[in-house]
Design a protein around this ligand. Sequence first.
Ligand code: S3P
Length: 439
Amino acid sequence: MSGQQQKQYIVQPGGKLTGECRVPGDKSISHRSIILGAIAEGTTNITGFLEGEDALATLAAFRKMGVEIEGPEQGRVTVHGVGMNGLTLPEDAIDLGNSGTSIRLLCGLLAGQKFNTVLKGDNSLAKRPMGRVIDPLAKMGAVIGSNEGKLPLHVQGGNNLYAISYELPMASAQVKSCLLLAGMYAKGKTTIVEPAPTRDHSERMLAGMSYPIEVEGNKITIEGEGKLMATDIDVPADISSATFFMVGAAIAPGSDMTLCHVGVNSTRIGVINILKMMGADITLSNETVTGGEPVADIQVRYAPLKGINIPVDQVPLAIDEFPALFIAAACAEGQTILTGAKELRVKESDRIQAMAAGLVILGIDAQATDDGMIIEGGIMGSGEVDSLGDHRIAMAFAIAGLQAGGTIVIKDSANVTTSFPKFVELATAAGLVLDEIDG
Ligand code: S3P
């Protein structure tokens, strides 16, 4: 984040991952628990909340809009809901740091308020496209000023919103959720059609809080001007964070690692499906459902991986997991081809470019394509790679150390705390030889 102390990771080669570990709470569900808890009637008690900067940015935004929130303390947060129309004018601009989910979801919610707001963020967020939410919100009657579709966003309040039917031009849970939130303030029924399934945590949480919403195949319909009833929310461990340990265990001989109480919602398990297709040894146990979200323990034991053509239908289900999956591909025998993943170019960094560049530095034949990558499995060497301030790029290259021939230096690692505080501590305890230093 801007103004933050620069950090870098130094990873020593070799090692294996063993033991049990519970990674921090799901980022997507943590954001939604605060947003929906804030506008619900009554008190929402959250456990397992992610105390990472992105989710904390959402929490701080609602405090600024007059919501009383206790915590977080060891993952516990209590949100005293103010009801659908109880938010108040924040004193100044709301800073959402690095968090694309916060800004896109808040845009939809704030378009339906009586007051104006200004939303801003860090240098990475300032480069990301906001037209994907501004354009459909404008069709609903919202007025959002921007700098050619980029930050800062000036969200005008006091407009009547109208329900629309909208076909999403890209598979995006953030855009879908933004429109669902705006739809709650619109007159009539808003319908959203997805080109492919994306994470459905908003739909599940809305239904769990008794809000009128219907899902029929790829069509989601939400009624305007309903009521949300507070409920307790248990946030499962984040499969996107667990991924780094899953891939680490899959590539390092002798590994046997169990990730506990991980969210395994079918819209998030692309990484399990893809790794299994590559030959990974993955077993799920203790499968249960908590607060409408399926969870399980995931055990991964080392097994040799082979390259595959990644099925396009798995792409939205594993969209945040590709940095780690590219490392798995680099360690697999043969070629892996990813297509249909253009969205990776507009994440916290251009993840296709950032990962291909780093893999090439480490001696892997990785070719970036317009919408994916072609990777020949090989032997990784050593070198200095740049995470470009992207948390998932930094963690992906950290686990690459398990199969590297020498030391890997990863520049610009400070943003790992946006999604995975204590990554270094947990990864080190599991067997990765990793240090974080200033600089
Ligand atoms: C998220 C949706 C995804 C994902 C992001 C979290 C969410 O973004 O990459 O990390 O919580 O809705 P897109 O909707 O842009 O694909």
